[in-house]
Ligand binder design. Structure first.
Ligand SMILES: [Zn+2]
Length: 203
């Protein structure tokens, strides 16, 4: 079963082909510069691609006995809108019972979009399309614990190597571990020094 999981190179090919991963000279709204840019929803606009990525991630959970033994009484949880297609794809592949997703409310606190009562939520697998800093998944894990539920798995299509490798004692499974380069200011940016044209990106 393990060999049915595509290699990181194969996943990267999918992200390049769909435009979800690009190389260039990008400037974030924060002012940070980077030579690479992920816009994961571009990969998820094609149903077939979305399915391949989500099924691949689901296999990493399926081969984990501690997780697979609890199916189907499991909740798949997305920390934000970007993870929703991942959550639905993983749910489908694992036949998990529940799906929840969170979003950031005014004031910045991350809350579940659904009204949920204490004790309603099954043991949770938190999934996202990309983990850059890990803060979204960490905040979501906190909400899960507040509801009296447990986190039994975490996973993402892409994880920046600067992000945590686990949430508590739950390892973050990923299809790609990507070593991100980010420059806080234009003076430090190699592409600025080379006078490469900038592209300003929204997310
Ligand atoms: Zn630059």
């Amino acid at each position: 079963m393990v060999n049915l999981i595509p290699t990181p190179e194969a996943v990267m090919q999918i992200l390049k082909r769909t435009g979800a991963y690009r190389e260039g000279h990008f400037v974030y709204p924060s002012g940070k510069h980077t030579p690479h840019y992920f816009q994961m929803p571009l990969a998820f606009r094609y149903y077939d691609t979305a399915r391949v990525l989500a099924v691949a991630l689901s296999r990493k959970f399926r081969i984990d006995r501690d997780i697979s033994s609890q199916l189907p009484k499991v909740a798949i949880i997305s920390p934000s809108s970007g993870g929703i297609p991942v959550a639905f794809g993983v749910r489908e592949a694992l036949s998990a019972e529940q799906i929840y997703w969170a979003e950031r409310e005014e004031g910045g606190k991350r809350m579940f979009r659904q009204y949920v009562n204490q004790g309603e939520v099954n043991p949770c697998i938190i999934v996202d399309d990309i983990i850059r800093s890990g803060s979204a998944i960490e905040e979501t894990a906190e909400r899960v614990k507040e509801l009296g539920a447990t986190v039994i798995g975490c996973g993402t299509i892409v994880r920046f190597t600067s992000a945590p490798e686990s949430i508590g004692d739950v390892p973050i499974k990923s299809l790609i571990d990507f070593e991100s380069r980010m420059y806080d200011a234009a003076e430090d940016c190699k592409d600025c020094k080379d006078k490469a044209p900038e592209e300003h990106v929204r997310f």
